[in-house]
Design a protein around this ligand. Sequence first.
Ligand code: HEM
Length: 321
Amino acid sequence: MIDAENKLKALQDKYSLTGQSLEHYLEGLLLSNYLSYWDYVHLDTLLSLQNPRTDFPDEKIFIVYHQITELYFNLCLHELDQIANNGVDIQENGHVKGNFKELSLEFFKERLKRLNRYFDALIYSFEIMIEGMQKEQFTKFRMALLPASGFQSAQYRKIEMASTDLVNLVHKDKRDQLFAYISKKEVFDLIYWKEGAIDADTHKKTFTLKQFEKKYADDFEQFAQEYDGKNLWQKYLELKRTGGVDDELIELLKSYDHKVNVAWPMAHMRSAARYLEKKSGKSEKATGGTNWKKYLPPRFQMRIFYPELYSESELKNWGKN
Ligand code: HEM
């Protein structure tokens, strides 16, 4: 009873702080329904979001697995946001609880471990794409999806921008154009995927890229600006300046780098090889129109978030095994 009285007192304090009445809230509590699992996770809405464009049953697997991936990407952005902003303020009774003003090594490492787990789950589960659909069905239903491509995943691009400085995302053939006086906007324009999505036949920007830029260009520029000083690499440097880093943090960063830029792209590449490679040795055109055999392999892309953390031979052999 004493416990209940204490809780009532605490509630009274909470509401009076904002000039509200506890009695009204108690009345609402008496009248309100119990929360159910299905309402909490919005199950009906969730299961109403799969809308295949054809009657091939395997198209459902393709849609659902993309959605699962996007949800994991969202969790990644959630962790990246917390590292960038030194944690979140947890509010209780109108007061900020927790002291997250400075990024601590422990907090950074815990969040990095989460990021690595999410990517492990994605890498491991990619088998669902590689082996889990009938090729005969895939080659048919994909034609109903033109010109859409996973290339247009905005969250994937944001994960990259929140993980490293923009210069590390510049296309490898354009890195010699990086001079000290080049503006942030100019660096942004040299990002690898803008260069990579050139139509294999026409050598012009693919329609898929044009549409992607039309929808997200402003959002991306704003996001890139926001993370300029607080992406993972900048946060690492910030801790390093105060002597707050250790070997485990470095290993976690390298492992994250490898998962995002080698292991996941390799798993993804295997799915492209399974479905788009023809027996004749020729290959199907990708829905996004890139020369995918040259564009996708990590050893050609040479995307590395933290080049400063590797030896010369590690850099030379990036993506080769
Ligand atoms: C059978 C399954 C898949 C195939 C055959 C496939 C094929 C391709 C191809 C050919 C590209 C190059 C762009 C283009 O020209 O279209 C691409 C890019 C991409 N796809 Fe997939 N994909 C598959 C599954 C997925 C899944 C499940 C995701 C998860 C969201 C995804 C995300 C991406 C991303 C992020 C890119 C851009 C990669 C980069 O720019 O380096 N793909 N995909």
